[in-house]
Design a protein around this ligand. Structure first.
Ligand SMILES: [Zn+2]
Length: 396
């Protein structure tokens, strides 16, 4: 029996920075290599040492493309990692977009600090070259001791639960655990048996909101701002949540052709990600496969305006309410949503809806926890608008 040891170098006792080292005799396998996110103290931990030598890592398996799981991969490559990064086919395409966008956000965040970006574009390109697609449910042998299969996680496109077989022992790494009946991705898979399970527990102290309730919150929000002739600003995560929202809105608008409130999709990155989603429709659940028979483009509907170019983005401001603005980043720690919040938050007539988990330290977290103001390019902006969060059952 080989000697097996597991050490967590992130996302242990905290939410972000997922990075787990499984050693099987002399073989070093890393599960995820994520970014620390949140307040400055946490964020700048990314510049500290890994706790192991990158050049000694033999292989990586990546669960999914959220930054807190993949954000330090280019740093790993920069510091000498020479192996392969195994992950699902959709993830191999999404990683590049997510890490490129992160490079831009990082440059902004470190402007007034002593730090240099964690990685360069070349490091990123070298990282992408190391990605090796492995299909769901196919057994992949890394060496004579270790093999693995990737399973549905119900989280985002391409997300996987890793089931490892290490010398006859079953070790499961869940990555992030999704919910059932998601608008797009397939349901999470369950397992009968394992010797060890390393499990995400961000939502361990509460039940997931039912997806139907979550969609209802969204629909009620758009109906309400229509009645009140106001503006709804929604935060969106560029990967999955944005496409989920587009699908829910698509279904609503196509059923209610008299509903004419414009939706401005103001996130260049989410737009690029949506194009990837359109290429991987075979990874969607059965319901979506049925929908695709009648609606070839499930992410496009009447009155949707994609404003990727910033000159169109500015047109949003001149449009009369009611209107709906979808913008990233999901936690408002960068991206165009900050400009929209600065414009619409001071007016008590408007609504802001935050979708998904908000890490402490981010502007999104401050908003949903009742902050009275925030600083926008050195200017104090008062927050008088109505605030909703999608996660709790606080119906609008
Ligand atoms: Zn995730």
């Amino acid at each position: 029996m080989p000697k097996i040891t597991l050490t967590s170098y992130g996302a242990a006792g905290e939410v972000t920075g997922s990075c787990h080292l499984l050693q099987v005799d002399g073989f070093r396998l890393l599960i995820d290599c994520g970014l620390y996110q949140g307040n400055d103290d946490n964020y700048f931990k990314n510049w500290t040492e890994f706790g192991f030598l990158a050049k000694n890592i033999d292989a990586v398996i990546l669960t999914h493309t959220h930054l807190d799981h993949c954000g330090r991969l280019p740093k790993l490559v920069k510091e000498g990692f020479g192996g392969k990064i195994y992950t699902t086919p959709p993830t191999t395409k999404l990683v590049d977009i997510v890490l490129s966008d992160n490079l831009k956000i990082m440059a902004e965040k470190i402007t007034h600090s002593k730090y240099q970006p964690l990685y360069t574009l070349t490091d990123l390109q070298n990282t992408v070259k190391k990605l090796l697609p492995v299909e769901y449910d196919q057994n992949f042998k890394i060496n004579e001791n270790i093999s693995f299969t990737l399973h549905q996680a119900g989280h985002i496109l391409g997300a996987a639960i890793i089931k490892l077989n290490v010398a006859g022992k079953t070790i499961i790494f869940t990555g992030d655990i999704g919910a059932e009946n998601m608008p797009l991705v397939k349901n999470i898979e369950y397992f009968d048996q394992a010797d060890y399970v390393v499990m995400e527990s961000t939502y361990g102290d509460r039940r997931h909101q039912h997806v139907k309730d979550r969609n209802a919150v969204l629909i009620q929000a758009i109906q309400r701002i229509t009645r009140e002739n106001s503006t709804l600003v929604m935060s969106e995560f560029a990967v999955e949540r944005a496409q989920d929202i587009l699908k829910v809105l698509n279904d609503y608008y196509e059923k209610h052709l008299d509903f004419r409130v414009p939706v401005y999709f103001d996130s260049p990155m989410a737009d690029v990600v949506t194009k990837i989603y359109k290429k991987y429709t075979s990874y969607f659940n059965d319901q979506v496969q049925d929908d695709l028979k009648y609606d070839r483009d499930i992410f496009s509907f009447p009155h949707l305006q994609i404003t990727s170019e910033s000159r169109f983005s500015k047109n949003i401001n001149t449009a009369m309410p009611p209107k709906i603005i979808l913008a990233g980043s999901g936690m408002a720690d960068g991206g165009r949503i900050i400009h929209h919040l600065a414009r619409y938050a001071p007016n008590q007539k408007n609504y802001v809806l935050f979708m998904g988990f908000q890490v402490p330290g981010t502007l999104g977290h401050k908003f949903i926890n009742g902050a009275f103001h925030f600083v926008y390019y050195g200017k104090k902006i008062q927050i008088h608008c109505n605030r909703w969060r999608e996660e709790h059952r606080r119906d609008p």
